[in-house]
Design a protein around this ligand. Structure first.
Ligand code: PEP
Ligand code: CO
Length: 445
């Protein structure tokens, strides 16, 4: 294998890259980005690697969750806090009910680029380039909006920076203190049966803390007052990722400092492709999506390239098969990886294989399909004797109506009420909590 460099991906075919109209400004922007400070630090990525090592050993569970695509427009302190609240609630449910530590990773502070099945979109006979995420262009259907604009790379950096700043403040500055568990229950969630169930979990935690204090146990361990919350996104636009890739002054290793964890998508995971080449050389923990067409051969190839030293926690394989396919497609991959002794973290993305359009043309997912894929995922891992390491889900903290079903029984008609996603349909706050309870039940069996 040839030597890796932050730009060695340029010799490989790079799928899903934007067609920037102006290469002069792209070159300028790449050097602007390269001169900006890192967003995350090597030491933090190492901590995540260690935490994922625990998942790999079956000692912890990973919850990776957030938007399909973050927006430049709808970012407020409230929206960031609401997303964090739901992820913290889900993690508390998993940890408290199942007794397993939960590693928390957001699809946040950088999830701005989308791969597309078709490079153009036709509406009423007009053909324009597809929307590729706010890092590239805008979702409005007009020629101007759909032009790829490299200035957006710098905006993505800045928005990531202030999102991360808030996340750090919330998770380290007292807001994520376990004594605050009640406060994470937003009003619209608290009114639902899931919210009430959460309320009793929160009361259980509070009385446990009171009991420990009464017994004279010092409650000053940082774990009770702060949370490690990591960021991640799909490493899609390689000009951006390369510009944020820096050499650690202590170890001399390269880290992509745009996020703690980066993954490669189902459409860009070719063994000889640019994305896999790029991920190979960075020391961050990395992930790879696996759809129903993935073969054992390909998956073993990915393991060899992305984790040749077989470091536990380095590689997360994220299956996204679909509820109707997972029973056939996942077991051979599990056994191949297991029999070749590759230490991987397995995650189930129960969203991307279960998307369909309603009669009115709304892209949606049914809560029961999502649950069904997760249930089968657990059963398949039980059978293979492997650890179902975690889940990877598209959620939001808001009371949106994008996925149908769940305890609130959101119907096709309800989708017209609050359908706000810029890309794929997300579970709303209540559905996300319901999912966490159902998984916790499964985990504690
Ligand atoms: C995603 O995670 O938003 C995505 C596009 O997934 P996949 O690569 O699995 O299709
Ligand atoms: Co998506």
């Amino acid at each position: 294998m040839t030597a890796w460099q932050p730009d060695s991906w340029r010799d490989r075919p790079a799928a899903q890259q934007p067609q920037w109209p102006d290469t002069v400004s792209l070159t300028k922007i790449r050097s602007t980005l390269a001169g900006l400070p890192p967003l995350v630090f090597a030491g933090e990525a190492c901590n995540l690697l260690n935490d994922l090592g625990e998942v790999c050993a079956g000692q912890a569970f990973v919850l990776q969750a957030g938007d399909c695509a973050e927006s430049f427009d709808k970012v407020t302190a409230d929206s960031i806090r609401n997303k964090l609240k739901v992820i913290l609630q889900m993690a508390v449910v998993l940890t408290f009910s199942a007794g397993v530590p939960t590693v928390k990773i957001g699809r946040i502070a950088g999830q701005f680029a989308k791969p597309r099945s078709s490079s153009t979109e036709v509406v009423n006979g007009v053909e324009l380039p597809s929307f590729r995420g706010h890092m590239v262009n805008d979702a409005n259907f007009s020629k101007d909006a759909r032009n790829a604009d490299a200035e957006r790379l710098v905006r993505a950096y800045h928005q990531s920076a202030y999102t991360l700043n808030l996340l750090r403040a919330f998770t380290k500055g007292g807001y994520a203190d376990l004594r605050q568990v009640q406060m994470w229950n937003q009003e619209f969630i608290a009114a639902s049966p899931e919210g009430q169930r959460y309320q009793s979990v929160a009361e259980g935690i509070e009385s446990a803390l009171r009991f420990m204090a009464a017994c004279g146990i010092a409650l000053n361990a940082p774990e009770l007052h702060q949370v490690d919350f990591y960021t991640s996104h799909e490493a899609l636009v390689l000009d951006y990722e390369q510009a944020l890739t820096r050499q650690d002054s202590i170890t001399n290793e390269w880290y992509d400092c745009s996020a703690h964890m980066l993954w490669v998508g189902e459409r860009t995971r070719q063994l000889n492709g640019a994305h896999v080449e790029f991920l190979r050389g960075i020391k961050n923990p990395v992930g790879c999506k696996l759809g129903p067409s993935a073969t054992s051969q390909e998956v073993l190839g990915l393991c060899e390239i992305l984790n040749p030293d077989r470091v536990p926690g380095r590689l997360t394989l994220i299956s996204r098969m679909g509820a109707d396919k997972i029973a056939k497609t996942l077991p051979p991959l599990l056994t191949a990886v297991r029999d070749n002794n590759h230490p991987v973290v397995w995650e189930c993305d129960p969203m991307h294989g279960n998307t369909y359009s309603t009669a009115k043309g709304r892209k949606t997912r049914h809560f029961e399909d999502v649950m069904s894929e997760i249930d089968q995922y657990f059963a398949i891992h039980d059978q293979a004797g492997t650890w179902p390491g975690g889940i990877h889900v598209e959620i939001t903290g808001e009371d949106v109506t994008e996925c149908v079903g769940g305890a609130e029984a959101i119907s096709d008609d309800d989708l017209e009420r609050r359908y706000e996603t810029m890309c794929d349909p997300r579970l709303n706050g209540t559905q996300s909590l319901e999912l966490a309870f159902r998984i916790a039940e499964r985990l504690s069996i």
